[in-house]
Design a protein around this ligand. Sequence first.
Ligand code: FAD
Length: 452
Amino acid sequence: MENKPVIKVIGAGLAGCEAAYQAARLGVQVELYEMKPHKYSPAHHSADFAELVCSNSLRSNDTSNAVGLLKEELLRLGSLIMEAAYATAVPAGSALAVNRAEFSRYITEKIEQTENITVIKGEVTEIPDDGVTVIATGPLTSEALAEKIANLTGGTELHFFDAAAPIIDFSTVNTEVAFFASRYGKGDPTDYLNCPMTHEEYDAFYRALVTADVAELKDFDRESQKEPTVFEGCMPVEVMAKRGYDTLRFGPMKPVGLPLPTTGEEAFATVQLRRENKEGTMYNIVGFQTHLTFGEQKRVFRMIPGLENAEFFRYGVMHRNTYVNSPGFLAPTYATIACPSLFFAGQMTGVEGYVESTSSGFVAGVNAALLALNRESMIFPKETEIGALAHYVSEGGVSSSFQPMNANFGIIAPFDKKIKGGKKARNEAYATRSLDILEKTFSCFLKNENTD
Ligand SMILES: Cc1cc2nc3c(=O)[nH]c(=O)nc-3n(C[C@H](O)[C@H](O)[C@H](O)COP(=O)(O)OP(=O)(O)OC[C@H]3O[C@@H](n4cnc5c(N)ncnc54)[C@H](O)[C@@H]3O)c2cc1C
């Protein structure tokens, strides 16, 4: 009998299990390495694979929501994680929530029963230098391996902490209030949107900000923030505000050089939003990295004039997160550009969230197997959410610092013309377009390749 090519997958989390399973389906032999139960990260506690370390929700099930569409794409493509999620779902309204113990057990059993997969227990401390490898060790990758990845990426290209400001859907900004302008008229005015505040508006906003609820800090997050070599020193906006009533007006909310188009005067304070992508569909709130809970971010940041009805593509976060600076380092297959037989998958590629990590595991696993089989790679187009994430990771946005991203419609290829019927109609059109492409181009291809 002909020997099957072998690939290695390191980490049996969401991305690693999906990658291993898809590669096995395509007919390669997979060695799946997992450090549990010998060693646990500070957030992992179960010996089973694909552990959900926090919430048991995989978020919206509605395909007019980007994460809902991503789940539907993965389900149609034959994702193991999606199969397990629907098999172990618990009632949660329009969201997909699971019984976490049953979910992990389902995946563990399926992996253990898959003929082409051999599970090897133990911590991996070196990056294998032969054959095809997928590294999927997650946001809490063990120290020894993280050090090797940092060396591989040139030392500064591996981040250990994610301090990100919220990203807003441009189409939901009230541009009757917010205006385009760069400070002192320097540069392209569409790079910045400005939300001016009167004294009274600032006062109300300030009081809401300093009294808003913050998310609970895990011990290992607290440690990461203390460590000066790994944390770049971004201060949460609410902490900066607590230093004094005017601190923000001399910091991220300074109004100088931004006269109002109506009067030519400067406002009492101005919040700036910076363009996040070439298409101008996403803007981040400059200097607003935050620890507020997601609910409080929505309540408090919607008090900013012009953002009354703002929709958040991504909320601000500050947490421990090991991720590589992927643009220029990874291709849209999640293979490293310098060494195409080495792939990364999951949260460490700069995608954010359970479903997003699964999606990157899917693409990396398929492409690692295709490479081992000497076959052409499979690149998902930007018109699909699975492809949009892969392209975002490999290309980044327009900002100089790469920030992890969750599934959203700001990264998907926009339509050439405006879709009538508002945001819901536009999102539904994105979903229809994506699922059509998958059905026509990819789903059949994968089904034909199945070996199970
Ligand atoms: C504390 C925390 C809470 C989170 N909460 C949520 C949430 O509620 N919702 C959400 O959508 N996302 C959440 N995330 C983000 C992210 O979606 C999850 O971390 C997700 O599990 C990432 O999937 P992954 O496959 O990349 O990594 P993981 O699921 O973490 O899998 C990585 C696996 O690799 C193993 N491993 C690590 N190092 C080694 C090594 N050297 N050798 C062998 N094995 C190794 C680990 O034991 C683990 O099993 C959270 C992240 C963190 C850190």
